[in-house]
Design a protein around this ligand. Structure first.
Ligand code: NAD
Length: 339
């Protein structure tokens, strides 16, 4: 198998998940890491035995680097992805696609004209319970889907925002709990529900006033064209990071996601349908991030290697960003740039 060269830009919290996933893949070699903080770049370069640079543009002319992972702050995704796609690289960007829809659309356009592909990390789509929920909606095993519920109650404190100053600001993070922490759950709701007919919602800062300028709490009611309704609540103001909870009510049964396990409630009986991956204990990172990074990254490389179009591309990734944007627009507190 020909070796495929990779690079990662951004050596912060999410970096080890990407670097370790690459290290576990046959035929893929991490050739470079980039971080504007040279100490972080050097540390990562030494740990993974590759070139370290402070300027991602050093990667653009490297013929041997075919795939680049973007693990940088949200406001840098568009600029970096467009430069890389224009240089013919395949780009796998962390969520969200960008800080706003116009930037995201520019990325999609660059991908259209590139020989490289654009993939987006929504790793929770790769969780077994997510596949199972999607499959049960499509097969109609439990009749039609009627409504859904998504609840995310996590904890982010001053230290989290002090640690990386791009977080907590409209310009650099693009929002708060909606665009960063709960975009995964919104992505699943829209993936399950299909075409969205209308969105009503509201965002507030309940706990982190004076620490962040964006919201820490949000709720929404999402109506889909097929008459399915989803209600959603999310906050960063809980005191622990509690596992995401979801409920999908069908005509003939209910699916419940609790503590990352999927249960079926049917005819007065609860049955466990699936548990999280067995590698949950060996995965680096936090359990509430989900365990799908390795699967998603492997799948992306599989598509790149075979020259096939990756399914979780820019067009798929922009859907959750559109939903985030619709909730901001519906709220009495909109994103400054979208007023
Ligand atoms: N999929 C998930 O579950 C998940 C979890 C956490 C973070 N993320 C995403 O990963 C991305 C990074 O988040 P993080 O928590 O690792 O942030 P972080 O602040 O910990 O790391 C970002 C890194 O990018 C570097 N950087 C900043 N400007 C740069 C530039 N111009 N060139 C090169 N490097 C630069 C910083 O020095 C830092 O090391 C975000 O998009 C975030 O939403 C995803």
């Amino acid at each position: 198998m020909n070796e495929l060269g990779a690079a990662i830009i951004g050596c912060g919290s999410i970096f080890p998940l990407h670097a370790n996933a690459i290290a576990g893949l046959e035929g893929i070699k991490l050739l470079a890491v980039a971080d504007s903080d040279m100490t972080k770049a050097d540390q990562a370069g030494v740990e993974y035995g590759c070139l370290a640079t402070h300027d991602y543009r050093d990667i653009l002319d490297r013929e041997d680097i075919k795939v680049v992972h973007l693990c940088t702050p949200h406001y840098l995704h568009a600029e970096m992805a467009i430069d890389l796609l224009n240089a013919g690289k395949h780009v796998l960007t962390e969520k969200p696609l960008a800080v706003d829809l116009p930037s995201a659309r520019r990325m999609l356009e660059a991908a259209e004209h590139s020989k490289g592909q654009l993939g987006v990390v929504f790793q929770n789509r790769y969780n077994d319970p997510s596949f199972r929920m999607k499959e049960m909606i499509e097969s109609g095993t439990l009749g039609n889907l009627i409504c859904m519920k998504g609840i995310v109650t996590w904890h982010r404190n001053d230290a989290y925002y002090r640690d990386s100053t791009w977080r907590g600001a409209w310009d650099t993070e693009g929002g708060g709990v909606l665009i960063n922490q709960t975009i995964h759950t919104l992505d699943l709701l829209q993936w399950f529900g299909g075409e969205i007919a209308s969105v009503r919602g509201s965002v507030t800062t309940d706990v982190l006033n004076g620490v962040i300028e964006v919201e820490d709490t949000a709720h929404a009611c999402i109506d889909f064209s097929n008459n399915v309704r989803a209600v959603f609540y999310a906050t960063n103001g809980y005191l622990v990071n509690s596992p995401v909870e979801m409920e999908l009510i069908f005509e003939q049964g209910t699916l419940l996601l609790r503590r990352d396990c999927l249960y079926l409630w049917k005819d007065g009986k609860e049955t466990l349908l699936c548990e999280p991956f067995s590698d949950i204990t060996t995965t680096v990172g936090k359990s509430y991030w989900g365990t799908g990074h390795r699967r998603l990254i492997q799948d992306f490389y599989g598509h790149v290697r075979e020259g096939k179009a990756f399914w979780l591309n820019g067009h798929e990734g922009i859907k959750a960003l559109k939903l985030v944007s619709d909730i901001y627009n519906s709220s009495n507190r909109t994103k400054p740039q979208e007023k």
